[in-house]
Design a binder for this molecule. Structure first.
Ligand SMILES: C[S@@+](CC[C@H](N)C(=O)[O-])C[C@H]1O[C@@H](n2cnc3c(N)ncnc32)[C@H](O)[C@@H]1O
Length: 265
């Protein structure tokens, strides 16, 4: 078992944080059909494939894959026993299997999966290289890894709203649960160093033109309750009030990094 850790431990959140985080993850689920389905299709998913969803959280992505592709086997792991309880209470399908495990120690044999999918998890990991090596190990030769992540340099918010900018700079400095919000740029070189080939990066964007502003902020600001403990006391409520003041002119855009790579034969 690797000693590598992560900055996100749902099971240790307080009751308020848990409720907030589950609501946030549920809102993020709304993105799945629009972004994750085409992304996994582009990896060449087909009948009899075995898929692993790493860091599945409350399970909506794994469930979507299992129901959209009923002839595949979808395995989903997460380190949080409580989020896995949420997942198993909400989602079941004959081809869907949840298990508690770490991305650093994936409880499957070498060469088990055709596709490994991992959405918005790497930003919480302290040892990206260990995770990528584990993914490489469990992929079949010719198998594909699909990683969805963000990099906060690829965001636009206009006009400048001081409370929002201050909040983003707290996140930039690494808040307690927030992890590395600039992780996107670190992944492609690590995929290359781990001998993955045919690395593709698609960069769809989400903006206030086509997405609910609240959802955009769920992704942009990650774990908002952390803001309550920042030294200047900027809360999500303060930011929301400021944004509403500029509602008509406000524009936000976030780029998603959808990275795909193949394990060679
Ligand atoms: C932001 S959530 C994303 C959940 C899901 N992938 C989604 O897009 O809705 C991050 C997830 O990664 C899980 N996680 C963090 N570190 C992990 C680790 N070392 N091993 C397994 N899961 C981990 C967390 O428990 C959490 O469910």
């Amino acid at each position: 078992m690797s000693s590598a850790s992560n900055t996100y431990n749902y099971d240790k959140f307080g009751a308020f944080e848990k409720q907030h985080e589950q609501e946030r993850l549920n809102r993020q689920a709304a993105l799945a059909h629009q972004y994750d389905l085409p992304f996994i299709k582009s990896a060449g998913i087909s009948d009899n494939h075995t898929i692993l969803d790493l860091g599945c959280g409350p399970g909506h992505i794994a469930y979507m894959f299992a129901t959209e592709f009923p002839k595949t086997h979808v395995h989903a792991i997460d380190s949080s026993s409580e989020l896995l309880n949420v997942a198993t209470n909400h989602y079941s399908a004959p081809n869907l299997f949840f298990k508690q495990a770490s991305v650093y120690d994936i409880p499957y044999d070498d060469h088990s999966f055709d596709i490994v999918y991992c959405r918005l998890v790497f930003q919480h990991l302290s040892s990206l290289g260990d995770a990528i090596q584990e993914i490489y190990r469990v992929l079949k030769p010719g198998g594909k890894v699909c990683i969805v992540e963000i990099d906060d340099s690829l965001q636009i918010f206009s006009p400048i709203i001081p409370s929002l900018e201050q909040c983003r700079s707290v996140i930039k400095d690494g808040v307690h649960h927030g992890g590395n919000r600039y992780v996107g740029r670190e992944i492609p070189p690590l995929l290359l160093a781990s001998l993955f080939q045919d690395i593709n990066i698609h960069t769809p964007s989400i903006s206030t033109v086509n997405t609910d502003t609240k959802l955009l902020f769920d992704i942009a600001l990650s774990f908002i309750p952390d803001m309550a403990s920042n030294p200047d006391g900027i809360t999500a409520e303060v930011i929301w009030k400021d944004i509403h003041r500029h509602q008509d002119a406000f524009f936000g855009l976030i780029v998603l990094l959808c990275m795909q790579a193949t394990k060679p034969y």
